[in-house]
Ligand binder design. Sequence first.
Ligand code: PLP
Length: 388
Amino acid sequence: MTTIYFDNNATTRVADEVYEEMQPYFRDLYGNPSSMHTFGGQVGIKIREARERVARLLGCDPSEIIFTSCGTESDSTAIHGTLAAAPHKRKVITTRVEHPAVLAVCRDLESRGYHVIELGVDKSGRLDLNELERQLDDDTALVTIMAANNETGVIFPIERIAELVTDRGIVFHTDAVQVVGKIPLNLSKSPINLLSLSGHKLHAPKGVGVLYVKKGTRIAPFLLGGHQESGRRAGTENVPGIVGLGQACELAAASLADENTRVKALRDKLEEALLNTCPDSRVNGDPASRLPNTTNISFEYIEGEAILLLLDRHGICASSGSACTSGSLEPSHVLRAMGVPFTAAHGSIRFSLSRYNTEEEVDFTIRKMPEIIHRLRELSPFVQSARR
Ligand code: PLP
């Protein structure tokens, strides 16, 4: 059975070109880029080249790129680093729908005496910018709001948000882990101060990420030790990962058009067909402002986990909007924040595509899904009790 991989918001396949480019840096060119000798120096040159390639994709200066180990580290560095640089300020603003890499840090800050505001969203997953504006005050050190949601794909207007926030002299960070490589970004004239990305979401390997720090933004280092990354992030660099990320960024720039045409068309075809062939289904998230690769669909009265298991039997990988915690299926915090009814949130499935998906894969899924939904509905206690 071949695998049909529709879980690209969780992680992506390393591109062949990325894999090739990384190879020499595991075994042959293993020098430390900080060493004085030529053997290390040639590795240092390759890191410089990767930094330039990442900067080109983001439209920023290479000196504004800090390599990290993942999106989570970039988020933690942005938040802790900003607060450490402004110790007199005690307020942080975020949203209820952030990834745990931001939300857990903010909730930890709250338990340590910070004033944390979690902005809500409407039923389409949109933010109220007036509410954000009302919350900005002189005590606010940082606003951290994601660029697009990993579960629903809803895109937030981060340029507009960054303007509102930075006009008040407040630092703005965005977790753009799901956006980089999917929609164009140009930080050259952007007011965004800090931006996180993660290699494994854009066909680079796991274990490498980036924090973009706009020139002039005050941020203290999070990891202390050596002088790597111009003293902004200690620790010997993940050289193969960084080299791979540089190549992945170049490929991403070249495939942005494909992502927003062919991949989007595949996503739309899948979504439309499932809504038409599976009764009591609905899309979660603002269709007008969504990542081109993501659809989150609720199939009422059945459990997402059960759908995933049956999809898995056909070799189809997707993910569900509920997580099994302590024996009960807890609907995702994102769908809860959007007020998605319990029976719909439980049966939500996220399909997230990439440039490696094909029309045949979409057609196969379109054929299999209605029978899966029909079979589970026959077994559903909700449906049985409604029939009685
Ligand atoms: N932020 C968002 C929006 C994500 O989707 C993820 C991963 O799913 C992360 C942060 C964490 O990134 P990483 O896995 O590189 O730590």
